[in-house]
Design a protein around this ligand. Structure first.
Ligand code: NDP
Length: 268
């Protein structure tokens, strides 16, 4: 029957364990809080242990369960260790959110191989190796799970001076489809979210740096806003609500898709 799952349990994540990368601030922090609010135990993973602990503390203050882990997602060995630690301490892994990402503005002719490697290894490599480890844990449990990759509207429309980033996010959208194909038979759903312009500490810093390296901050912001039919920047919670949907039983038949959450930017 269509209404077999009551509304009250449609977004219920009690008994689930989630690992969220870049959970110390911005979009990742908001995702951690929403998943915890829905009842999941959350492993807050971040390069910066202090901010990871701050998010975990917020979850504990709200009555939820969380642990904080320091990890550079660009290192496959660290990814393996993070997943093993989460499985060991929280008893499994049901939801992986690959959110950690960097977006340093750099014109294509100035982009050094080191910057290319760093952006690709954090944004794309980290997501691949964490998904690989998470998939093994989800297969071992026999329960399957949900993997959510935070991509970007830049996978579909370039902002400018971000060719390295755009390549990583375009790759992440296709990685999502490839993993969905391969892992679907194991009951693992894999989806992506493509956020538009979201007001976070990272976005503010990147735009500030972009402005000082040629592009003008105000012009960048005005350019974005003019193209957003809903007329505002997004909030981290706008993305967290989409992640909650994709992680939840409400999205039980959704896999291989990229959910664009951009206030209409891509149609504007
Ligand atoms: P923020 O920079 O505000 O937060 C990112 C978090 O990820 C920080 O806590 C950062 O830690 C952490 N992090 C960075 N690198 C690593 C790493 N190698 N290993 C572990 N943690 C790391 O970013 P946003 O919240 O704005 O962005 C989150 C995601 O959303 C990114 O993937 C981004 O590309 C994507 N996105 C964001 C948009 C936006 O407008 N904000 C638009 C489209 C996509 P530290 O503080 O130590 O650097």
């Amino acid at each position: 029957m269509a209404t077999e799952i009551p509304i009250s349990t449609l977004f219920d994540l009690k008994g689930h364990v989630a690992l969220v990368t870049g959970g110390g601030r911005g979009i990742g922090e908001a995702i951690c809080l929403r998943l915890a609010q829905a009842g999941a135990a959350v492993a807050v993973v971040d390069m910066d242990e202090t901010t990871a602990q701050r998010t975990a503390g917020r979850i504990a203050d709200l009555g939820g369960k969380a642990i904080a882990l320091q990890c550079n997602v660009a290192e496959p060995a660290a990814d393996r260790k993070a997943v093993a630690t989460v499985v060991g301490r929280l008893g499994g892994l049901d939801i992986l959110v690959n959110n950690a990402g960097i977006f340093p503005f750099s014109p294509v002719t100035d982009t050094a191989p080191e910057l290319w490697d760093r952006v690709l290894s954090v944004n794309l490599g980290g997501s691949f190796f964490l998904a690989q480890e998470a998939a093994k844990a989800m297969m071992n449990s026999g329960k399957g799970g949900s993997i959510i990759n935070i991509a970007s509207v830049d996978a579909f429309r370039p902002t400018g001076n971000l060719a390295h980033y755009d390549a990583s996010k375009g790759g992440l959208v296709m990685l999502t489809r490839s993993l969905a194909l391969e892992l679907g038979p194991k009951k693992i759903r894999v989806n992506a979210i493509a956020p538009g312009s979201i007001d976070t500490p990272g976005a503010q810093a990147a735009m500030g740096a972009g402005a000082s390296s040629g592009a003008k901050l105000e012009e960048l912001l005005k350019g974005f806003l003019a193209r957003i039919p809903l007329g505002r920047m997004g909030t981290p919670d706008d993305i967290a609500c989409a992640a909650l949907f994709l992680a939840s039983p409400a999205a039980a038949y959704v896999t291989g898709t990229t959910l664009v959450v951009d206030g209409g930017y891509l149609v504007g």
